[in-house]
Design a protein around this ligand. Structure first.
Ligand code: MG
Length: 216
């Protein structure tokens, strides 16, 4: 896709910053400690797809897993943000998928290597259309859900996040400048699981959007 529509404006996608282990129950289901600071990794814009596109299952993994996440769109340059600057820099929200090769990730973790090849492959990130913050103020009570072929897999609420959207923007902007068109994937709740070719994934955040994609 390479660009998103935000407030009726076409915006080029910059970097995609992702947060790992941002829900306690998900950190625990993978046997990880609950983190003291957000765990950060990046995906390039070239891997991102939108509604109607397909996730291509890599041949070199036997365990591609779904992770449904709230996605933030950054609307202005922000560095070393305080609470207000962080809140002001968030321009919109979408529901997204952070596709993960869990078998590759386990191998990389065991060797102490970066997660890159478990998280970065073509079609490894997907987003719905964006809702402008001017049109919708997040309450935290929104449900975040994912089903595969109609079977419920993930079901939580956004207020179960360990680090809030403002916390996350503050933290990331203290390490790297965030710019208009950057996207932030804010982590997934518990219930992650394997998908296979032929599966249909439906990801949804109440009042934000629905994203349906097929795996091929
Ligand atoms: Mg994730």
């Amino acid at each position: 896709m390479k660009s998103i529509e935000l407030n009726n404006e076409k915006v080029s996608i910059g970097k995609i910053v992702c947060v790992g282990r941002n829900y306690v129950a998900h950190a625990e289901e993978l046997g990880n400690e609950v983190p003291e600071f957000p765990i950060i990794f990046l995906k390039p814009a070239s891997v991102l797809i939108g509604q109607g596109e397909k996730i291509i299952h890599p041949s070199y993994s036997n365990d591609m897993q779904h992770e449904v996440e709230l996605v933030l769109a950054i609307g202005e340059t922000v560095k070393d943000a305080d609470d207000k600057a962080a809140a002001d820099s968030i321009a919109g929200y979408a529901v997204g998928l952070d596709m993960t090769l869990r078998d590759i990730q386990s191998e990389l973790k065991r060797k102490g290597h970066p997660w890159t090849l478990a998280k970065v492959f073509d079609t490894s990130a997907a987003v719905s259309e964006f809702v402008s913050k001017e049109n919708y103020e997040l309450t935290g009570n929104e449900k975040i859900m994912l089903s595969v072929n109609g079977e419920p897999r993930q079901n939580s609420t956004l207020n179960k996040m360990i680090f809030s959207p403002v916390d996350i923007v503050k933290y990331i902007s203290g390490k790297m400048t965030l710019e208009k068109g950057d996207l932030i994937f804010t982590g997934t709740p518990e219930g992650v699981g394997k998908v296979s070719r032929g599966d249909r994934i439906k990801a949804e955040i109440e009042n934000i959007g629905i994203l349906t994609v097929d795996v091929i």
